[in-house]
Every structure is written in structure tokens, then in C-alpha cells.
Ligand binder design. Structure first.
Ligand SMILES: C[S@@+](CC[C@H](N)C(=O)[O-])C[C@H]1O[C@@H](n2cnc3c(N)ncnc32)[C@H](O)[C@@H]1O
Length: 318
């Protein structure tokens, strides 16, 4: 999709996200958008609070170039940097920010990434199998599919795709790659269909959905990066500051939910201790008891919001 000639992406849960990530309409707030992407959420944040300063991070240089154009209206209130959100504290320190007031992560794949065949994320195109968000990084999905052992492939499909027939799928890939390397999304999708496809079934996601998700999680180290980012984010926030995360599949959402719960408990002593000896101070107050999901109106105009779940929490104490 193009907006004003700039490659674009419709931000999911726009109003809900801004309500949590930028509840203030004035005041010189410091905000980190760790997945600035195409600048959708960031532009709403900067417009809602004309005094807010924003540091936008993304590991995709193409996305950063688009957000630079989309956020140009905010002038020097915006700084953009190429990097991984797991290093957000270091990126903030580089511009002299020791504490910030809001951190947003909208994790997952953007529309331009998924809709550009050469990026190799989607089984809808018969393009080279790639899936790197940072095209300078070493390992692509094709490297994994063609060089990793059957056990490693089985583990990826089981852990990151929660696929019951993980071993069967891994074995089918091993057989195919003995004949010739599996280098395209189309070839891999065909193998997934053969192993996991249910002839005649009309409901549920297409057979390649979960294997492609599993490979993407491994190529991008999404879950590890998310865990590191959450730890670092909570220490970077000022009291009253917000941490908001939008995730798109249950593995990510589970990590966010558990992290928030762990940071919100008032005591970490083993159950049954007569008095508290842990001295644990809760660091977060959970603002979204249940994840916020898209309204019917949003679903009607942006089908990609169907899987989005927003969780937000407020930093307490020091
Ligand atoms: C769903 S898009 C974000 C869209 C953005 N909120 C907007 O409104 O335009 C996700 C973005 O996160 C980036 N991304 C994913 N994992 C990342 C990571 N570990 N570090 C930095 N950026 C990451 C992707 O490159 C992509 O541009």
C-alpha cells in the first residue's frame, strides 16, 4: 500500500494503542517506538502530544526510510535509528536518554514486508525463501531449511509453530532437499500442503501458515529479542510511564502476559511462607486485564488486525 507515494502500513488498534501509549496531550514526554516500521503509530503519538519527543527503532532499513518521510512533519522531535529493539536502552543512551515515559512495541511483520515477494515471508508468492527483517543479517529461512538437521527442524516446527506433525514435516523437507535445495516459498508451501493439508477442508488457516510462522520466529529470533526488550524496557521507564506491546501470535502474547504478571506481583516468596522475606517491589501495574483486540469496524477495513493483541502496563516505584 502507498500513502502520499510512501510505502505504507495501516497501524493496528490505532486509537486503543494511543490511549495507552500516549495518554498525555501535552508535556515534554520521551517515547520510544521500538518497531517504528512505517511510522503509523508514531505519527499518531506525535500528533496527540505536540511536545512529545520520539526515538524510533527498526531493524529494517527500508521501513526506516519510509517512516522518515511519514514523520517529517514533526521535525527534530523525531530521531530514527537502525537496530534491534532488544538494545533499546543502549539506543536511548546514545541520544542521552536515561529514562523515558512510554515504550511501544508492535511486533511482527509489516504489510510491506509480507506483501513484497522478494522479502520471502509469504507463501502467497513463489519467491526466494528469505524472511530476514534486517537484510544484512546472516541467516535466512532457506539456510535453515537446507542445512539444519531433522531434529532441529522438528524442534522449530514444534516449539514455534506448535505443529503436531512436526517430525513428519521435517522428514519431508529432508527428502525433498536430497533431490534439490528448497529455495523458494512456493516449494516449501507445496511440501507443507502435502504433509499438513486436509483435502476438502474450508475453514482454518492454510497448511503453510504455522510452518512459515515457525521459521520466521527462528530467523528473526523474535521471542528472545522480545524477552530481552521487556526486561530492559521496564528499567528504562519513569514512574507512571507506559509499556505497551502489540503481539500477533500466542507465543509472543504469552511472553508479554507472563512478564507483566511477574512484574506486577507484590511478593515472590514460595507459597506457604508465613511472612514475606523477599523484599520484592512490584514494578508494573497492569492496565489491560485482558488483551485489547480489534473492533468489528477495524476488522472490516484491516483484516491484519484480526490476530492483534495489545497489552499495556504502568511503571510503579523506582
Ligand atoms: C508491525 S510492523 C510495525 C508497524 C508500525 N507500528 C507502524 O504503525 O507503521 C513491525 C516492525 O517491527 C520491526 N521489527 C520486528 N522485530 C524487530 C526487532 N527485534 N527490532 C527492531 N525492529 C523489529 C519490523 O521490521 C517491522 O518494521
Amino acid at each position: 500500500m502507498q500513502v502520499d507515494g510512501v510505502q505504507s502500513h495501516i497501524p493496528v488498534l490505532p486509537e486503543e494503542t494511543i490511549e495507552y501509549a500516549m495518554p498525555w496531550t501535552c508535556g515534554a514526554m520521551r517515547v520510544i517506538d521500538g518497531t517504528v516500521g512505517y511510522g503509523g503509530h508514531s505519527s499518531l503519538i506525535l500528533k496527540k502530544n505536540p511536545e512529545a519527543l520520539l526515538l524510533g527503532i527498526d531493524r529494517d532499513r527500508g521501513a526506516l526510510a519510509s517512516s522518515k518521510e511519514r514523520l517529517a512533519f514533526a521535525g527534530n522531535r523525531v530521531q530514527l535509528t537502525h537496530g534491534n529493539f532488544s538494545t533499546l536502552a543502549e539506543r536511548a543512551a546514545e541520544i542521552g536518554w536515561i529514562k523515558v515515559d512510554s515504550i511501544l512495541l508492535d511486533i511482527g511483520v509489516s504489510s510491506p514486508q509480507i506483501d513484497t515477494p522478494e522479502r520471502g515471508f509469504s507463501f502467497r508468492f513463489d519467491a526466494p525463501l528469505d524472511m530476514r527483517m534486517d537484510r544484512g543479517s546472516r541467516l535466512s529461512a532457506a539456510d535453515i531449511v537446507n542445512t539444519w538437521s531433522g531434529e532441529e527442524l522438528t524442534r522449530i516446527f514444534r516449539e514455534y509453530g506448535e505443529i503436531r506433525e512436526a517430525k513428519k514435516l521435517a522428514n519431508a523437507i529432508l527428502r525433498e532437499r536430497e533431490v534439490e535445495p528448497v529455495t523458494t516459498c512456493g516449494k516449501l508451501a507445496e511440501i507443507c500442503e502435502k504433509v499438513l493439508g486436509k483435502p476438502g477442508r474450508r475453514t482454518g488457516p492454510p497448511a503453510p501458515t504455522l510452518p512459515f510462522q515457525a521459521l520466521r520466529i527462528d530467523v528473526t529470533s523474535e521471542l528472545d529479542e522480545l524477552e530481552k526488550a521487556l526486561e530492559s524496557a521496564v528499567n528504562l521507564l519513569n514512574p507512571g510511564g507506559r509499556l505497551s506491546v502489540i503481539s500477533f501470535h500466542s507465543l509472543e502474547d504469552r511472553i508479554v502476559k507472563r512478564f507483566f504478571q511477574e512484574m506486577a506481583v507484590s511478593c515472590k516468596c514460595p507459597p506457604g511462607y508465613p511472612v514475606c522475606i523477599c523484599n520484592w517491589q512490584p514494578k508494573l501495574e497492569i492496565l489491560t486485564k485482558k488483551p485489547v483486540t480489534a473492533s468489528a469496524d477495524e476488522l472490516a477495513v484491516n483484516s491484519r488486525s484480526a490476530c492483534a493483541k495489545l497489552r499495556s502496563a504502568k511503571r510503579i516505584n523506582n
